[in-house]
Design a protein. Structure first.
Length: 249
């Protein structure tokens, strides 16, 4: 159904590789983000949903401006800068632990990530559409959309394994440090599969589960930072050309 000759274009291949490397960590982090907010930070569902509004607003407001960057500089420069800023945003998600105000914990990360995505999204779409003949622009757009969806799906699956492994490792260490009765320890082991959603009443045990989830989530974030940094390298595959006519401006 798809003409594989499209991938002979270095720009098309580079843009889709960048899409995969950038949208995978985005999908993975944002999938587990509400779990962190609701189960660990004890936000309401409404508060957890509102936590990402700044990111959405930044992309909405700045996309027109970032689209204009392609006309001035070509796609490579804004995609490189945007990916670096997005990687910084992912890295800021490492800061929050348990508790603290949203404005000093998650808000800076959401803002920086939003700026990075706002810089990247429009130039990425432009790079994909301009990398193929106009007669195949629809196919190119469909392929790129599919790549972004596949990236998110794979990230949720793989990152879920990473988070679970980190959670179990940290929880085992935390439980070993607590003086728990056999019955309480058995209950904790039975609740292990629920991650931060475990129903435990003991405050120390609750803290152990929350810290374990945060530890596993940070493992996911580190991988996300690495993938976002790799996306800056894939941006170098895209020719730094300006649209026709830009030289005369």
């Amino acid at each position: 159904m798809i003409s594989l000759h499209l991938f002979r274009s270095r720009d098309f291949s580079g843009a889709n590789l960048l899409t995969f490397l950038l949208y995978a960590p985005l999908g993975g982090i944002l999938f587990f983000f509400p779990l962190d907010l609701i189960q660990v930070q004890h936000y309401t569902a409404t508060q957890a949903g509102a936590a990402l509004l700044p990111l959405i607003l930044l992309i909405f407001v700045l996309s027109r401006w970032s689209g204009g960057l392609v006309a001035r500089y070509g796609a490579r420069l804004p995609l490189t800068i945007g990916s670096l800023v997005a990687a910084s945003g992912f890295a800021l998600f490492l800061r929050p632990g348990i508790g603290g105000s949203y404005w000093t914990t998650f808000f800076p990360a959401v803002i920086v990530l939003g700026i990075g995505l706002a810089i990247s999204v429009a130039p990425l779409t432009t790079a994909v559409m301009e990398s193929v003949p106009s007669t195949e622009a629809g196919v190119a757009s469909g392929v790129n959309n599919a790549v972004s969806r596949i990236a998110g799906l794979l990230a949720v699956a793989v990152f879920g394994l990473v988070l679970s492994a980190g959670f179990n490792r940290t929880l085992s260490r935390n439980l070993a440090q607590l003086q728990l009765s056999p019955s309480v320890r058995q209950n904790a082991e039975m609740q292990r599969a629920k991650l931060a959603g475990a129903q435990v009443s003991d405050p120390l045990l609750r803290r152990a589960f929350d810290e374990a989830f945060v530890s596993g989530y940070r493992d996911v974030i580190w991988i996300s930072v690495a993938l976002a940094l790799l996306s800056t390298l894939s941006a170098q595959m895209i020719q730094s050309k300006k649209p026709t006519g830009s030289a005369s401006n």
